[in-house]
Design a protein around this ligand. Sequence first.
Ligand SMILES: [Zn+2]
Length: 264
Amino acid sequence: MDQPRFLAADEPPPFRVRNLEGASPFLFVADHAGRRIPRALGDLGVSETERARHIGWDIGIAAVAGLVSDALDAALIAQTYSRLVIDCNRAPGSPTSIPEVSELTPIPGNVNLTAAQRTAREREIFQPYHAAISATLDARHNGGRATALVSLHSFTPVFKGAARHWHIGIMYNRDPRFAHVLMKLLAQEAELIVGDNEPYAVTDATDYTIPVHGEKRGLHHVAIELRQDLIESVGGQRQWAERLVRLLPLAYQEMVAAATIRPA
Ligand SMILES: [Zn+2]
């Protein structure tokens, strides 16, 4: 029996793709790129000012991701809906999957949800997004194409009153190879403060995308956080996209070369 639809027929699909057949080894994903809220949920009881803050989405990352995807001819899959609806980088059912409070802001529309209400968000927003990533990775694998998964995020310069001084954070969990080479290259850039698993680290408890799509498949992967005030303007977005377009292929080549050297 068909479930009643949660997203209306005239609302956008839960993910956008770009350059899906691109020649690059990179698959870029952006779990928090969008800030739409399905009409069925109203405004979740949260003001427009609050919804436009970092608690609603990763400010600036959709534009940077699009520029990088186009410049490298690399596939991009980006989420359309706000992380306040369901966080696509959390395991469904985890405490922060559908947050009742984000940073210090209460989210009334996420309180006392029924199982059916939770399931609808998972079924129509979380699952199709991750199914698209899985299908893309399957197709690339079956086609014999090498893939490195790059997860793009942005972070607020001030969280719960504490300022963050990093310009960019490089994150990893069990496999630091891509991250370490990329950090080494970033360290050569002038006046850049690079976070090593800061301001966030990838963990099984706080992440979904890298553990599930990167680690479980044994793919090369890295997660990148850009500070939001640096990518709010078009100029900043271009500058950071240019840097990633320049450094990511270098890091990938160096990492693959190192990974294929076997002891005699
Ligand atoms: Zn994010």
